[in-house]
Design a protein around this ligand. Sequence first.
Ligand code: BYC
Length: 324
Amino acid sequence: MTTAATVEEAAPQAGLLAAFESALAEDSRIEPRDWMPDAYRATLIRQMAQHAHSEIIGMQPEANWISRAPSLRRKAILMAKVQDEAGHGLYLYSAAETLGVGRDELLDKLHAGRQRYSSIFNYPTLTWADVGAVGWLVDGAAITNQVPLCRCSYGPYARAMVRICKEESFHQRQGYELLLALSRGTEAQHAMAQDAVDRWWWPSLMMFGPPDTESGHSEQSMAWKIKRHSNDELRQRFVDICVPQAEVLGLTLPDPALRWNEERGAHDFGDIDWTEFHEVLRGNGPCNEQRITQRRTAHEQGAWVREAATAYAAKQGTEHGEVR
Ligand code: BYC
């Protein structure tokens, strides 16, 4: 039964919802102090946290090669890239904080296995060529997915993505250039590059998420203009971008079904092994255990830094006469 009191409560709520919906319709940004539906906030927290976690876990497979980079130039580039990933994590955790969740809380959830990070980082980087394949394919897939996020309806996320995408495009180019050098190198180097592409191609396609028919969040996220394109649309775009790039590289994409479809104006490609994707999401990928263990250890070992920073901030506050 609707009472007078519930009608009164519902009226301002309806006004707020209308303001939120008209902001979306006008394509203007929702900002932290604006009213937003709880489910919109929760969806953003889930996606942004998963994204931030992916950035910091993504440091591991590449950091694995810093000490073995084949030249000073390659080492400097790789170190800069891995540092950039840490920075991307920071932008994203900060953007998530504007939704009312602290970084500590999000990290606790990651460490407890209650929030995800991208499936792609559960694969090993076995050879130096993997650094190239990660740059070309993983960062390439990331850019394809993330450029539309620069137009995400939530302001802080959209703005963080602008800077992240600029840096990601440098990452993608370094990977491409590295693979090109290997592909045009000795026979053994070419084979190493091909082997890396063979192993990273399919997992890169999985980064875009499940097919549209199984993507539970897409429809609502697209209505809210958090996502601008569906998982399958972006995956198709990525395949179409990669095919001519692979030709220039002189490397073969490991999919016999890959061919241009004149009618669709796009490439057809083979079936993705979704069982593998779901196994990785369930924690059964080749490196899930290793990645999360290393992350927890790094967090524990960094406790003294957080304590020192807190003590320093408190001291600064006291010296300036502030009460904290
Ligand atoms: N891995 O309904 P769906 C980077 C989950 S960082 C794991 O389609 P949504 C980089 C999904 O969370 C790359 N889980 O979901 C860093 C959902 O789980 P629940 C990270 C995945 O959110 C360092 C379920 O499957 N990029 O590039 O609408 C070095 C159903 O999926 C994955 C981002 O995070 C996956 N691949 O769409 C180099 C970008 N895919 O809630 C590079 C931002 C799906 O049902 N995120 N799931 O348990 C997004 O754009 C979207 O969240 C996704 C998924 C397209 C990934």
